[in-house]
Structures are given as structure tokens and as C-alpha cells.
Design a protein around this ligand. Structure first.
Ligand SMILES: [Fe+2]
Length: 290
């Protein structure tokens, strides 16, 4: 017969032993580490029964608040800095450059419209300042990558993604562009605005309890992919944007700040952004929303 627990500390070895037969070695390793940290956390923080109930209610709540237009579970991970942590850990950057990786965020949709170079993704009368975005996609050795896909999505100048806003057409401010023989892509859009992360669920309650504001600085999202390369998920934050140093999801890293050249005469405002891909498997994330 196995020993029976007698103290809080004597529980952990029993839990670890019970999970030790999992045939999947990585599952074994991850669960052992997670349970060890969890037990230490509960003991060190002296978690009360009421606090445990509160934590369970939070987890249930983020699941229940997740639906076709919102992924509250990803948002919770974002607000704890874990999403950015995973992105940076797994995409260290190549050729001595800082990583261009960023968290995916809760609003990416798969199958955005495929667009010809230069297409304006601000569709059907979206108001805002015209912004021309262009750049080059390169491989690890700096060589241009032809035929790479640059998937772009952003919030409107009002600060809402199209699937949060009944006034925007389906797939507004989303598009996929292919790079040309020199690895170049180009598109047009409107200057993005900052926006609050959704605060109507348990995550909003957490932010209020911590006296944290919900406003993300303005940004564009990018997902760059090409066969034989890792999928690069990135964001660009225009220099000087409000809340650049207090992003509630900790998405702004030094490498992700870009400069928008102001409009001059007939030339619209301009953002130039190059991307460098690393060799690897082309694996796309699961869309957080349909
Ligand atoms: Fe976003």
C-alpha cells in the first residue's frame, strides 16, 4: 500500500508518483513541473478555501466568456504576460537581431481575403488616415523570400476589430498579401488606433481589482509565412503611440516599435517594415475565434 498523506507537504510526492506512469514523456515532465509549482504556490501563499473557490470561479468564468467573437482564455494569458513570454522564448531572433515575435492576440481569423499588391484593406468607407505599409521578407541569410504570405489584421480607427463591430463589413481590415520576386509586399490601410481589451468578463474584473488600464497602444498585426520557414507572428507599434510603455498584455518589445513617416502632399503616411524568417516547419496557430 502507498503511504497516505499526513501534512500539506506530504501530498506532492504522492501526486507526482500517480502521474509518473504517463507514457508521453513530455506530458510527464510538464505536469510534474506544473504540479510542483502549484503545490509550492498554495503552501507558500497560504491559499484559503475562499480564495481557492474564487480562483475556480475565475477559470470557469473565462471559459464561459469565450465565444464566437472573443477568447477570454487567451486574454487572461495575455494579461499575465504568459503569451508574450511563450512568443519570445520560442522565437529568439536570428542573425543577432532581436526577436520580431509577438503574441497572436485573440482576434486573428484564418482565411482572410487574398489581396493583390497595394490593395487597401480598409473596405467600404472605413474612415481614417490613409497609411501605406510595405517591406521585404527575408530568410535567415538575408536573401529575399519570394511568394511569402503576409497576413495583416488590425482594429479600425474607432478601436474595434470587424468581428466586434456590426458597422464594419466582414473581414474588414484583414488581408493576405504575397511577396514578389524581390521579397517585397505592399498594402494600404488606415492608421490603426489603440483600443481597450474587452473588460466585460472576468479579465476586466481582474484589471479593475489591480487598478490596471485596459488600453493597448495602436498596432498592426502580422503573420508572415513561407514554406520551409517558421511562421512569424508579429506586431508593429507606431513610435509615439499612447500607452506604449503600459500595454496591458505586455506585447510591446523594443524590436516591435516602428516609425510612421507622416503624409507629405499626395504621399500618404508610410510604414516600412521588414521581416526575417527562420528556417523550420510551417505550422499555423489555431484561430482563437472562427
Ligand atoms: Fe490587436
Amino acid at each position: 500500500m502507498n503511504p497516505l498523506p499526513t501534512t500539506p507537504e506530504s501530498l506532492l510526492p504522492l501526486v507526482l508518483a500517480a502521474m509518473d506512469r504517463a507514457p508521453d514523456s513530455r506530458l510527464r515532465e510538464l505536469m510534474a513541473s506544473l504540479v510542483t509549482h502549484l503545490h509550492r504556490f498554495v503552501i507558500e501563499s497560504r491559499v484559503s478555501e475562499a480564495e481557492f473557490e474564487r480562483a475556480v470561479a475565475f477559470l470557469v468564468g473565462i471559459g464561459q466568456a469565450t465565444g464566437p467573437t472573443k477568447n477570454e482564455v487567451i486574454l487572461a494569458s495575455d494579461l499575465l504576460g504568459v503569451s508574450t513570454l511563450v512568443a519570445l522564448l520560442n522565437n529568439p531572433g536570428s542573425s543577432g537581431l532581436d526577436s520580431d515575435a509577438a503574441l497572436l492576440g485573440p482576434f486573428w481569423r484564418a482565411n482572410a481575403p487574398v489581396c493583390a499588391p497595394g490593395t487597401n484593406i480598409a473596405r467600404e468607407g472605413t474612415q481614417g488616415e490613409l497609411l501605406a505599409v510595405s517591406g521585404t521578407v527575408r530568410g535567415e541569410g538575408g536573401q529575399p523570400v519570394a511568394g511569402a504570405e503576409v497576413d495583416v489584421w488590425q482594429a479600425s480607427p474607432v478601436g474595434l476589430y470587424e468581428n466586434q463591430d456590426p458597422n464594419q463589413p466582414d473581414m474588414n481590415l484583414r488581408g493576405r498579401f504575397k511577396t514578389d520576386a524581390e521579397g517585397r509586399y505592399a498594402l494600404r490601410t488606415v492608421r490603426p488606433a489603440g483600443y481597450p481589451v474587452p473588460t466585460d468578463g472576468p479579465c476586466g474584473e481582474l484589471l479593475r481589482a489591480q487598478v490596471r488600464h485596459p488600453y493597448r497602444p495602436a498596432h498592426l498585426h502580422f503573420m508572415v509565412s513561407a514554406p520551409g520557414h517558421k511562421v512569424l507572428i508579429s506586431q508593429v507599434f507606431p513610435e509615439g503611440s499612447e500607452n506604449l510603455d503600459s500595454d496591458p498584455v505586455f506585447g510591446v518589445t523594443a524590436a516591435l516599435v516602428g516609425r510612421i513617416e507622416p503624409a507629405r502632399g499626395a504621399t500618404p503616411a508610410q510604414l516600412v517594415r521588414d521581416f526575417q524568417l527562420s528556417p523550420g516547419e510551417t505550422v499555423f496557430p489555431h484561430p482563437p475565434i472562427p
